[in-house]
Design a protein. Structure first.
Length: 335
């Protein structure tokens, strides 16, 4: 068993930092695109045979130190009687979207082991054949709420921002429901075999400094405290809110590239691991520059415990598989 990730999360001494990638199975892989040609995203998420195959791809093609479940943060909507649509163009949508407080309060919980059984079946299949930790994940309640409220024109966050200003009690009601379901969903992932949970509160960066503790951190803390496995927290803008995220006392924090990982290590208690934080754009550089930059960062972090190499966001489709492999291989050669 390759337990580098678990040891790094425990801030133990490791021979080299573990490496894995957010969105490490995706369209930059020709093998993924070949599968995608035959199935919709909805089918890929809902069929454990396909989802487990895709979860495996980065292990086979890259040799990363962890697998991450192939799924989506929005499948949780199905546990509340809603549908998730993955159109061929544009982002995912929730139907029906939530427009009123009464809609939020009338959501009916369908136990996750019933409504999301396909997720747990995928986890069980993957765990039978891998020799690295499996990362399960969930969305931060605020981020999931933005999709429930602003499903069509998501990037504008119009209704989300309106509820923050004009009807915060309705938003808190929705966030409370989502938090309870997220805890149940995450615990069921652990029960099925997930070794680590990463929380993606990706859109929490739209909150200002006064709103962030109220609408994001308060609910993230409940999830972190409810889980008995290592928990990594991620959001856009995380480098600028390192101290606030550290107060959640997660096992690790996944950072974007706004600050160096060396500086971030000093902003976070030594008992909390730091993950990240290469800009995905740098993977478009010539391989020799990728190698040089990785070696430079790893030399700087050589004596730091609790360091996990990753990107500051997911791999984008326009990055070559060979460059991603170069990135991973360079980390693995580090001593």
């Amino acid at each position: 068993m390759n337990d580098l990730l678990l040891k790094a999360l425990a801030c133990e001494t490791v021979p080299r930092p573990p490496v894995w990638l957010m969105r490490q199975a995706g369209r930059y892989m020709p093998q993924y695109r070949a599968i995608r040609e035959n199935y919709t995203l909805w089918e890929m998420f809902h069929r454990p045979d396909i989802a487990s195959t895709i979860t495996h791809l980065p292990l086979e093609l890259l040799g990363v130190d962890a697998a991450i479940l192939f799924s989506d943060i929005l499948v949780i909507a199905e546990a509340l009687g809603l549908s998730v649509l993955f159109p061929e163009t544009g982002g995912p949508r929730i139907e029906p979207s939530i427009k009123t407080a009464s809609q939020a309060s009338s959501l009916i919980y369908i136990p996750v082991k019933q409504s999301l059984s396909y997720v747990f079946e995928t986890i069980k299949r993957v765990k039978q054949t891998i020799e690295v930790p499996l990362i399960g994940f969930c969305g931060g309640p605020f981020t999931v709420a933005t999709y429930f409220l602003d499903s069509i024109n998501h990037g504008a966050f119009e209704l989300t921002k309106k509820w923050i200003k004009e009807d915060p009690s309705a938003l808190h009601q929705l966030l409370t429901i989502l938090t309870e379901v997220t805890i149940a969903y995450s615990q069921a992932q652990v029960e099925a075999g997930a070794d680590v949970i990463q929380i993606f509160d990706s859109w929490a960066n739209v909150l200002n400094d006064e709103e962030f503790p109220v609408f994001s951190l308060f609910y993230l803390k409940q999830i972190v405290d409810a889980l008995n496995v290592p928990v990594i927290v991620f959001c856009r803008g995380s480098s600028l809110r390192a101290e606030s995220l550290a107060k959640l006392n997660p096992t690790g924090i996944s950072f974007d590239w706004e600050l160096s990982i060396f500086d971030l290590r000093r902003k976070v208690p030594p008992t909390i691991a730091v993950q990240g934080n290469f800009n995905p754009e740098f993977l478009k550089l010539p391989k020799e520059q990728i190698v040089h930059h990785v070696e430079e960062v790893l030399a700087l972090m050589k004596n730091e415990r609790g360091h996990i190499v990753n990107l500051g966001h997911g791999v984008t489709p326009d990055i070559s598989l060979e460059n991603v492999r170069c990135f991973v291989d360079t980390v693995k050669k580090c001593k």
